[in-house]
Design a protein around this ligand. Structure first.
Ligand SMILES: [Ca+2]
Ligand SMILES: [Ca+2]
Length: 180
């Protein structure tokens, strides 16, 4: 096992040396820094939240996160949506949208979350108007869950749709929310 790990390390090191001598393809130039930025951004985002805050993990998604990135307001720059529990005495769930202003993440919108926990998160254009929407599922207790869909409107995130669900927040075939 250790040997295998070592050879992986050597392979990785060789790849690293190669990438110094061989000019990178344009796709590498685009993708490599983005991956690095993501974790850097996550650290910076944590620092922008109130002290003692804890990022929530969606319970029903294996690869879900309480931190999502997307161009929510259509200005061609990515915003961050962070779902967290604040560290206050009567801690509550909060949702914040942050924008990067002069290299620093700043909270530009926030609202209280619902329920006892986070069940599901996704940024997806569920109403097909070309603007990504924020989809959040909350654990409400007694097997009930509640889905909130927020969309950018008039310089703020507004609740576009709200519905109860039990199992899957999105239709399993189409991965869509049927809006009324
Ligand atoms: Ca944006
Ligand atoms: Ca939309």
């Amino acid at each position: 096992m250790k040997k295998k790990w070592m050879s992986t390390m050597i392979a990785a090191a060789m790849l690293g040396m190669q990438s110094c001598s061989i000019p990178a393809a344009p796709i590498d130039l685009i993708q490599a820094p983005a991956a690095q930025d993501a974790s850097e951004d996550e650290n910076e985002l944590r620092q922008a939240l109130p002290e003692g805050s804890r990022i929530l993990l969606p319970l029903s998604q294996e690869e879900g996160s309480g931190i999502m990135f997307g161009d929510i307001d259509g200005d061609q720059a990515e915003e961050a949506i962070v779902v967290f529990e604040d560290g206050s005495m009567n801690s509550s769930h909060q949702v914040a949208m942050l924008k990067k202003v002069e290299g620093q993440w700043k909270v530009v919108w926030d609202t209280k979350g619902a329920g006892n926990g986070l069940d599901f998160t996704q940024i997806k254009d569920v109403d097909h108007d070309g603007i990504p929407d924020v989809v959040l599922g909350w654990v409400l207790g007694g097997g009930e869950k509640g889905l909130d869909v927020y969309t950018w409107k008039d310089h703020s995130l507004e609740l576009l749709h709200k519905k109860g669900y039990r199992d899957q927040p999105l239709d399993s075939n189409e991965q869509e929310i049927s809006l009324p």
